[in-house]
Design a protein around this ligand. Structure first.
Ligand SMILES: Nc1nc2c(c(=O)[nH]1)N[C@H]1C(S)=C(S)[C@@H](COP(=O)(O)OP(=O)(O)OC[C@H]3O[C@@H](n4cnc5c(=O)[nH]c(N)nc54)[C@H](O)[C@@H]3O)O[C@H]1N2
Ligand SMILES: Nc1nc2c(c(=O)[nH]1)N[C@H]1C(S)=C(S)[C@@H](COP(=O)(O)OP(=O)(O)OC[C@H]3O[C@@H](n4cnc5c(=O)[nH]c(N)nc54)[C@H](O)[C@@H]3O)O[C@H]1N2
Ligand SMILES: [Mo]
Length: 770
């Protein structure tokens, strides 16, 4: 099969499909992590990094946001995919000015994401001048002048957009938003807009704070853990050790997922000899193979069953003291949920009445319930309502603000939660902006800025002309690739602060700048000596991270230094913010954070405690709910779900075991049995039969979206191989970012504006071989 375009350097005829693996981790995980580490870094750097990964005096894993075990840490506090993330960053391969002289931008645009990422670390600041075919080197000073000049030439600050990806440290995030607000805009889209924004929107309304309310010890103490829309075996592997501990303490675990994900079903801890050679442990006691988008129906159905159980034995199910003392809106919720039709629930979820009743019984028996979730819930059109619905169940049972109970949205990027705490948000509350203005004698704009989807629209429609990204890969991470490409191409200038080469460097504005930066693993030395940074994990623990590797190039600058230098160029040397002092000594930044960011008092001192410190969380700490009503709010939302029209499929776009978002580590999705390729679509046997397709068939995937004016828009990706898979009928799955061109820009979640990456209406068109 030949294929033109970016995928052409992967020979998908080598693709092998071997069937689903029945367990996660185990000895194979150790082998794969060491193999990848040696390939990229060699023996010395491998030893230097992996022994310090997630240790108290080491650096925070640049992989996921799962917390380290508090107190005693294992000698190897990392997982296969953490090791891959480190190897990717600490690689000795480099992308030098000679590389850019050899490869034109057009040629690079034709390469796969995998190829681009494999070229190594960026070593020099580079510029693509208007009309040029190749990037050429540029001095740091000239780069800052070029960017500042372009920004100052705009008709207003809102004509610039500043993206952030979630790897950025707290110190950088704080200064970056300070520079942007000093410049005068709140256009601060971030990866969170595409990720856990629905969790933030839902929880802020329901409990008054957009963050999770549990810790690792809570999970280990819980007696019932629901895991919905999350694949921890691949995306949060260290969570499996926590779940295993919970199980040993007697917890029951219910996995709610359309796919039988390996990590949820069986797990062998690679860090224990028993785990490596033994048979492993079943993580999930129950597996509810739910239809895509069916979770809201499930939670409402459970709500009804719980209320009926309470009717039968009043006061045994509904925690009246908690509901009366701490909550608002229960009556309306009760009316809504009692009216839910259970047949609709079964149709929407694809589950049986027995499964529904058993799950309700488990909840009724439980004294300590925790609900965990990730992208399977957030990236749905009704994601916010779905998360409020599971929160309703916990509130009804009083499962909030007591040990072993609560909500656990499992965050993605290692510091995505910290970046928000530090002000990376297009609609930070005025209280934060007031404190910022007081500290620095600036006047931050109060009008809300653009989130990710709005920023794409804005640039596409010619309302913004400069785009800057602090990390990430905007072109590939965003929905509707064609629309995003058009948006960035219309810009006068695009600027990427990056560690590694990616597609956002080759689909650019008329002028483009690459500013190469230090990563989490690199040693960061400034005028004031060696610097540390801090991060916040998924459970609101804030702690230090210390890189220890010699950077691959002497031309790299830290993210903090880049922000401070650019800010001085843009805002003037006499600006009221002490930018130069901040670069010299990051303690100075943390002193300001102490005074501006709620909960960060005495930041420098507390972040240096052995395990750092935990940010306050009123519902968790005191059963206080800082909502508008001053109570925890039950939400009453009409039921929504995602039926499959005849002849069509609902497609979810998800991660393989061999990638970190848009960074492709390799071509194997070991747990799902796919090797050597990524252009596959998982479809149920029943759908294959119905559509007259066979396993292995080549298809185009075409998405259908009815726009506001009623016209049907079609989007297409070509030449995917069908893989028969255990997924509910009517539902399919394929990898992100290859399928991002199918996600319509305007198909977003209500309230959070998150692209609906987990429910794309598609049809399959067989490719005729000729
Ligand atoms: N190795 C590695 N680690 C990562 C990442 C990575 O790419 N690689 N990415 C990081 C980031 S930024 C994030 S946000 C997290 C993502 O972590 P996950 O949310 O686990 O990532 P996805 O691959 O998107 O998986 C979504 C899961 O939800 C299920 N699902 C999809 N739709 C539905 C639904 O409607 N209902 C239910 N109940 N389930 C559904 C899918 O079958 C799948 O198991 O991982 C982080 N960690
Ligand atoms: N269809 C679909 N789309 C999705 C998703 C999905 O499930 N389906 N998931 C969404 C989610 S949850 C997320 S979080 C986003 C992710 O969106 P992003 O965060 O934008 O994407 P990443 O792939 O994580 O970014 C990788 C790039 O970041 C740069 N980088 C890595 N480390 C550093 C660093 O320390 N500093 C700097 N400055 N740069 C660094 C490297 O150049 C690398 O190429 O994608 C979203 N898009
Ligand atoms: Mo994410």
């Amino acid at each position: 099969m030949t294929r033109k375009g970016p995928e052409s350097d992967i020979d998908e005829t080598q693709l092998e499909v071997t069937g689903i693996e029945d367990h996660a981790a185990g000895p194979r995980a150790v082998v794969v992590s060491l193999q990848r580490a040696f390939e990229q870094m060699g023996a010395v750097r491998t030893a230097k990094t992996l022994t310090r990964l997630n240790q108290r005096h080491g650096f925070d894993c640049p992989g996921c946001a799962w917390p380290e075990t508090p107190g005693h840490r294992k000698p190897a506090e990392f997982c296969e995919n953490g090791a891959k993330a480190v190897a990717e960053e600490a690689t000795l391969r480099t992308v030098t000015p000679e590389f850019f002289a050899t490869h034109s931008v057009a040629e690079l645009a034709d390469k796969t994401d995998y190829w681009l990422g494999q070229q190594g670390r960026l070593t020099h600041p580079m510029v693509l001048r208007e009309g040029a075919t190749h990037y050429t080197p540029i001095g740091w000073g000239e780069a800052y002048r070029l960017i500042a000049d372009e920004m100052r030439s705009l008709a207003g600050p809102d004509e610039a957009v500043f993206y952030t990806s979630g790897r950025t440290s707290n110190e950088t995030a704080f200064l970056y938003q300070l520079m942007i607000r000093s410049f005068g805009t709140n256009n601060l889209p971030d990866c969170s807009n595409m990720c856990h924004e629905s969790s933030g929107s839902a929880l802020s309304e329901s409990i008054g704070i957009g963050k999770g309310s549990v810790t690792v010890p809570d999970l280990e103490y819980a007696d019932l853990i629901l895991i919905a829309g999350q694949n921890p075996g691949t995306n949060h592997p260290r969570m499996l050790s926590t779940l295993e501990a919970a199980k040993r303490n007697g917890a029951k675990i219910i996995a709610i997922n359309p796919l039988p994900e390996a990590g949820l079903l069986r797990f062998k801890d690679p860090q224990r000899v028993g785990g490596v050679v033994g048979h492993g442990i079943d993580i999930a006691d129950e597996f509810l193979q739910i239809r895509l988008g069916g979770d809201m129906a499930l939670f409402q159905g459970l709500g009804r069953l719980l209320l009926e159980a309470d009717d039968a034995a009043p006061g045994t199910v509904v925690d009246r003291d908690f509901v009366d003392g701490h909550c608002a809106g229960f009556d309306e919720y009760e009316r809504q949920v009692r009216g839910v039709d259970l047949d609709t629930v079964l149709e929407a979820t694809g589950l049986t009445m027995t499964q529904l009743r058993d799950t309700a019984d488990a909840m009724i028996r439980s004294e300590r319930t925790i609900a965990c979730w990730a992208m399977g819930l957030t990236q749905q059109a009704h994601g916010v309502a779905t998360i409020q619905e599971i929160t309703n169940l916990l509130l009804m049972r009083g499962m909030m603000g007591k040990p072993g109970a609560g909500v656990c949205p499992v965050r993605g990027h290692s510091n995505v939660q910290g970046d928000r705490t530090m002000g990376i948000w297009e609609k930070m509350p005025d209280s934060f902006l007031d404190a910022l203005d007081r500290e620095f004698s600036i006047t931050s704009p109060r009008t809300h800025g653009w989130d990710t989807v709005e920023a794409i629209r804005g640039m596409r429609d010619g309302k913004a002309h400069v785009f800057m990204a602090m990390g990430g890969n905007f072109i590939r991470a965003t929905p509707d690739t064609a629309a995003t490409e058009e948006a960035l191409r219309r810009c006068a200038l695009t600027v990427q602060v990056s560690t590694k080469l990616n597609r956002s460097h080759v689909v650019t504005g008329r002028t483009a700048v690459i500013l190469p930066t230090l990563g989490r693993t690199d040693k960061d030395v400034q005028a004031g000596g060696k610097q540390l940074v801090s991060v916040e994990d998924s459970m609101s623990m804030v702690h230090l991270s210390r890189g220890n590797l010699t950077p691959v190039s002497e031309h790299l600058r830290s993210e903090v230094a880049i922000v401070c230098d650019l800010a001085q160029e843009l805002l003037g040397r006499d600006h009221s913010v002490p930018w130069a002092a901040f670069t010299a000594d990051y303690d100075r930044i943390r002193d300001s954070i102490s005074r501006v960011v709620p909960g960060c008092e005495n930041y420098n001192e507390r972040v240096r405690q052995p395990d750092g410190f935990q940010l306050p969380h009123p519902p968790r700490d005191r059963r206080e709910f800082p909502t508008r009503t001053g109570k925890a709010n039950f939400a009453a939302n009409p039921l929504q779900w995602v039926p499959t029209p005849p002849g069509k499929l609902i497609l979810q776009t998800l991660r393989s075991h061999d990638q970190y978002n848009t960074t492709i580590y390799g071509l194997d999705d070991r747990y799902r049995g796919v090797k050597g390729g990524r252009r596959v679509i998982f479809v149920s046997a029943a759908d294959l039969a119905e559509q007259g397709l066979t396993d292995g068939a080549a298809v185009d995937i075409v998405s259908e979206w009815t726009g506001a004016d009623g016209t049907v828009e079609e989007r297409r990706v070509s030449d995917f191989r069908v893989v028969e898979y255990d997924t509910p009928k009517g539902n399919a799955a394929a990898y992100y970012p290859e399928t991002n061109p199918l996600v319509p820009l305007d198909h977003v979640a209500a309230k959070s504006n998150t692209p609906v990456s987990k429910a794309v209406l598609v049809r399959l068109e067989p490719v005729r071989s000729n």
